[in-house]
Design a protein around this ligand. Sequence first.
Ligand code: THU
Length: 129
Amino acid sequence: MSDDELVRLARAAKERAYAPYSGFPVGAALLSRDGRVFTGVNVENASYGLSVCAERNAMARAVAEGVRDFAALAVVTNSTEPTMPCGVCRQVLWEFAHDLRVLVEGSSGERVETTIAELFPQPFTSFEV
Ligand code: THU
């Protein structure tokens, strides 16, 4: 799967976002190492704090299908500039993908390519009790 195709799938998913409160739809497409794609959208709630980001919804779908090995993630919004995954999503992505490529594209078509390691350089990984 090409980067262009993964971004295109994220863009198509964005149309299914449920974002009536923020007016900020987000689409994500997560590519597994075996070539499958799991899309996600942000799903908001009248109780605002219960809203869930597109990236985490994509990851949850994949894990629920038994997939835990990922190669790349595409994220798109309607913002002109590329919009990076939030801090909470970075932590959640790190759990299953330490060398994930991250492609973020704005509505202007400007694309930033980075990695989860670059976005989340000092992760919380585990603890001892
Ligand atoms: N949002 C995402 O879906 N992903 C992010 O990485 C940051 C923010 C969503 C949450 C909320 O529905 C809307 O964007 C505005 O914050």
